[in-house]
Write a protein that binds this ligand. Structure first.
Ligand code: IMP
Ligand code: MG
Length: 169
């Protein structure tokens, strides 16, 4: 296992993201939404770095392309709080194609949120981005498979306190 981003680098970046988010949301009713399962660790850190009153909720879904090739969400666990008239900040571990994020933003906008923005720990540089504009990014990374800090390979490695690249077996 090769360390790509150390625990210390992650913590430092989260502090500065927290400052930016605190400034941006200071006069807004904020709901932070953690996209399960991968964002759980990042969300708990980033939430504590935002020095504002806020509401917290979780959402779990996967996306697929339906027959008319628009995005559709398969929701595993829905929000518990209403988001009408609230500013929603979606927290995810990694943006790969961005397809899931795009579908979730559309869904939450339909539900009546005043704004829906996204903050991801990692943004992968790939050619076929479907949604390429996360509002806040922790780190830009190359197109390689990473684990740790919430990210899994076959549901393992989520508990690593750093971001690592798996050795090719
Ligand atoms: P997207 O819809 O293609 O952006 O899918 C993003 C999702 O794929 C993430 O939330 C992760 O669950 C998973 N994923 C993408 N790349 C990686 C990776 O390098 N390691 C672990 N999971 C990944
Ligand atoms: Mg995920």
């Amino acid at each position: 296992m090769k360390t790509l981003i150390s625990r210390e680098e992650i913590q430092k970046r989260i502090e500065s993201l927290g400052k930016e988010l605190t400034e941006y949301y200071k006069d807004k009713d904020l709901t932070v939404v953690c996209l399960l399962n991968g964002a759980m660790i990042f969300a708990s850190d980033i939430m504590r770095a935002i020095e504002l009153p806020l509401q917290y909720d979780t959402f779990a879904a996967s996306s697929y392309v339906n027959t008319s090739s628009t995005g559709e969400l398969k929701i595993r666990s829905n929000l518990k709080l209403p988001i009408e008239n609230r500013h929603v900040l979606l927290i995810d571990d990694i943006l790969d194609t961005g397809f899931t994020m795009k579908c979730i933003i559309e869904e939450f906008t339909r539900k009546g949120a005043l704004s829906v923005k996204s903050c991801v720990l990692l943004n992968k540089k790939i050619k076929d981005k479907l949604f390429s504009a996360p509002d806040w990014v922790g780190f830009e990374i190359e197109d390689e498979f990473v684990v740790g800090y919430g990210l899994d390979y076959n549901e393992e490695y989520r508990n690593l306190p750093f971001i690592g690249v798996l050795d090719q077996e």
